[in-house]
Design a protein around this ligand. Structure first.
Ligand code: PLP
Length: 365
């Protein structure tokens, strides 16, 4: 398999090499501070005994797994600490495929591009199920698409790139489709702290034996570089997933897990509320300016991405590059996310310059 440079690296490099000031709205790296307790945990770690610099248990620090299990109200044996939600998604998809209950993954269109990427690496057949125009799921379309060939349905709520949040009824219906077809429902909940709608429903609340939940602290604690996430598997499926995690990674990072544990215990809910509030304000200001630019756009119910469509300016890679050169704003081409929003451009609102970027877009268009 050839190494394929992810498109977002390409766009970021193009923007960095541009001959002008460019506002980067490509990557999903939060631009705000991590919790103070996380920094404290790291500082303290630097002076720990040398034995604290050695392998943690493969499935994660026991105390961290217990903290996650008690917060998520699941048995600790079901929790694997992973290298971010990315690894958790890989483990879940691989586990679904190796069960011998189908070789197909049902994904949404628009889709987070690493899902089809992983599916390809795992030799799975991919079926993209179109979402509704507003990014919400058409459960009937999933019901129709699912069959005994389906190994898993993989969804993400709050969603990247559409910003849709799937409500309890949708999640229940998806789990029922998975159960009826002896498939897994893989629910990637990495943006769970960024729900502005109040509708977010974790698949863990469904108590379905067919659900795998994946998550991470990458976004909620603004630490995409730490690589601490987790997967919660059904009891019957967890052991083989632990084995795969161990054989691929040996284990995860002990300092990062220790700092996250401290931050989990000591961070006040107001920390998370403050980042939601910051994003709410940015979304309002950004979408107001998109109105001035005459654009059609999605208003996120969660996560921190806006898809925008500019009349007569399809969101191709060459137009995205033109926008870098001529407007000083970098976004992601819509066709990165499947076929449904090919003409659109995705903007990540994790920059303090989001409003300025939207004003540049308004001037340009
Ligand atoms: C939907 C989704 N899942 C997973 C990830 C990867 O998360 P992590 O950095 O924790 O691996 C991202 C990152 O942008 C994402 O948008």
């Amino acid at each position: 398999m050839e190494y394929d440079t992810p498109l977002f690296f390409h766009v970021m490099q193009y923007a960095a090499a541009a001959d002008r000031d460019v506002i980067d709205m490509v990557s999903g790296n939060p631009d705000w501070e991590p919790p103070g307790a996380l920094r404290d945990g790291l500082r303290e770690y630097a002076d720990a005994d040398a034995n604290a610099f050695q392998y943690p248990p493969s499935d994660g620090l026991q105390e961290l797994r217990e903290e996650i299990a008690s917060r998520r109200n699941v048995d600790v044996g079901r929790v694997i600490v992973t290298n971010g939600a990315g690894e958790a998604n890989y483990l879940a998809m691989a586990r679904a495929l190796e069960r011998g209950a189908g070789s197909e993954l049902l994904l949404t269109d628009p889709v987070y591009p690493y899902y089809p990427g992983k599916a390809g690496m795992l030799d799975a057949d991919v079926t993209l199920v179109p979402t509704k125009r507003d990014g919400h799921l058409d459960v009937a379309a999933f019901r129709e698409a699912a069959s005994e060939a389906t190994a898993a349905i993989v969804v993400n709520s709050p969603n990247n790139p559409t910003g849709a949040v799937y409500d309890a009824e949708t999640m229940r219906a998806l789990a029922a489709v998975a159960e009826a077809n002896d498939a897994l429902l893989v629910s990637d909940e990495v943006y769970d702290h960024f729900d502005f709608s109040g509708e977010f429903t974790s698949a863990l609340s469904l108590s379905s034996p067919n659900c795998v939940v994946t998550n991470a602290y990458s976004k909620s604690m603004a630490i995409t570089g730490f690589r601490v996430g987790y997967a919660v598997f059904p009891p019957a499926l967890v052991e083989a997933a632990k084995t795969r995690h161990m054989l691929v990674n040996v284990t995860g990072s002990r300092p990062a897990q220790t700092a996250v544990l401290r931050a989990l215990r000591e961070t006040d809910p107001s920390y998370y509320e403050a980042s939601r509030e910051l994003l709410r304000e940015r979304i309002d200001a950004f979408t107001d300016a998109l109105d001035d630019a005459g654009a059609e756009y999605t208003t996120p119910e969660g996560a921190f991405y806006v898809l925008a469509k500019f009349e007569g300016f399809p969101g191709t890679l060459s137009n995205v590059e033109r926008l870098v050169d001529e407007a000083g704003v970098a976004g992601m081409p819509g066709d990165t996310f499947g076929t449904a929003h090919e003409d659109w451009i995705r903007f990540a609102l994790v920059t303090p310059r989001a409003t300025e970027a939207a004003e540049r877009l308004a001037d340009y268009f």
